[in-house]
Design a binder for this molecule. Sequence first.
Ligand SMILES: [Zn+2]
Length: 68
Amino acid sequence: MSDRYRCADCNLEFVPKYVGNGPRCPSCTRTEAMEPADGSALQSDIWRQWLLVFALLFIAGVAYLVFG
Ligand SMILES: [Zn+2]
């Protein structure tokens, strides 16, 4: 889960054998372009979209109560 990384250089997802000074890409052996690949960024995007939908529904409900 949290021990997966993605290399921003060659876009390879991998689980590092050991994390010494940081995960190392097995393909291009870079260490400076690693980012966690646990999908947390995608999840927060989905949550933000749902939050927007609920906010719009809430505003519509308030507008209905006030003007309806
Ligand atoms: Zn790489």
